[in-house]
Design a binder for this molecule. Structure first.
Ligand SMILES: Cc1cc2nc3c(=O)[nH]c(=O)nc-3n(C[C@H](O)[C@H](O)[C@H](O)COP(=O)(O)OP(=O)(O)OC[C@H]3O[C@@H](n4cnc5c(N)ncnc54)[C@H](O)[C@@H]3O)c2cc1C
Length: 223
């Protein structure tokens, strides 16, 4: 059920200059991996400005966390950066239908940048439960491949979890060069989950449709 919650950022871990994992002071929340919270922020004139953030943690594992790129000059980005442990935020959620299809066996995740947040929640919740998972994760630079070491360690060389990182603007040993679409295996039995910018999602959906992947197997969230 959608709740209205007043919360605070109780902890923050900085990953890059602009990216953070924020821990929220929410004692419990009934949600499905892939869902998001909407923050009811206000602009300078006091007008409500909603901003949504995917839940990053697995539903079965507290605390409640978000992975946020605080865009310099962005309304939410600046409010999050300036917040103290006392700053109160009004939040609604959980919301969204970008969720894991538990009844299916094979799952292919395609994410760029913070688009990894809802997918991280799905993987953390459902790994090692008899599913076959592939993660294709793209960023411009290596620092944008959040949790690269953790995802690499999960890939034990079998179909339980296959990790395929790629960088579009940097060469790094052991990491592919180029866009995520180049690394997709096309399998009509698989479920595809895509999360990232509008352009990335549109391109990926069009590539999948061009390979006759059934429409109902393609799930996406645009950030
Ligand atoms: C369902 C959903 C889930 C989301 N989950 C996450 C999440 O888990 N983590 C996360 O960091 N973001 C997430 N977003 C994006 C987030 O809601 C905001 O749009 C983003 O944080 C920018 O907000 P802002 O108020 O700081 O910037 P704004 O004040 O809205 O914009 C400032 C500038 O940044 C540009 N901009 C806006 N959004 C983006 C973007 N996503 N990437 C790059 N430039 C942008 C604008 O064009 C503008 O120039 C999600 C969005 C949706 C719809």
């Amino acid at each position: 059920m959608v709740q209205r919650i007043t919360t605070r950022i109780s902890d923050r871990k900085q990953l890059t200059k602009d990216s953070f994992v924020f821990t929220l002071d929410i004692p419990s929340l009934d949600f499905q991996a892939g869902q998001f919270l909407t923050f009811i922020l206000k602009d300078e004139e006091g007008k409500p400005k909603p901003r949504s953030y995917s839940l990053f943690n697995a539903p079965s594992r507290l605390p409640i966390q978000l992975l946020v790129e605080c865009i310099p000059g962005g309304l939410a980005g600046e409010q999050f950066r300036r917040s103290t442990p006392q700053t109160e935020f009004s939040v609604m959620g959980p919301l969204g239908k970008f969720i894991f299809q538990k009844e299916k066996r094979k799952h292919i995740f395609i994410a760029t940048n913070t688009g990894i947040a809802p997918i991280h929640s799905m993987i953390a919740e459902h790994l090692d439960k008899g599913f076959e998972m592939t993660l294709i994760f793209g960023a411009r630079l290596k620092e944008g491949l959040y949790f690269h070491e953790e995802f690499s360690a999960l890939d034990k060389g079998d179909e339980t979890f296959v990790y395929k990182p790629t960088l579009s603007r940097e060469e790094k040993e052991g990491i592919a060069k180029g866009y995520v679409q180049k690394l997709i295996d096309f399998d009509k039995e698989a479920q595809y989950y895509i999360c990232g910018s509008d352009a990335m999602v549109k391109d990926t959906v069009s590539v999948l449709q061009g390979k006759d992947i059934p429409k109902e197997h393609i799930h996406y969230e645009v950030f």
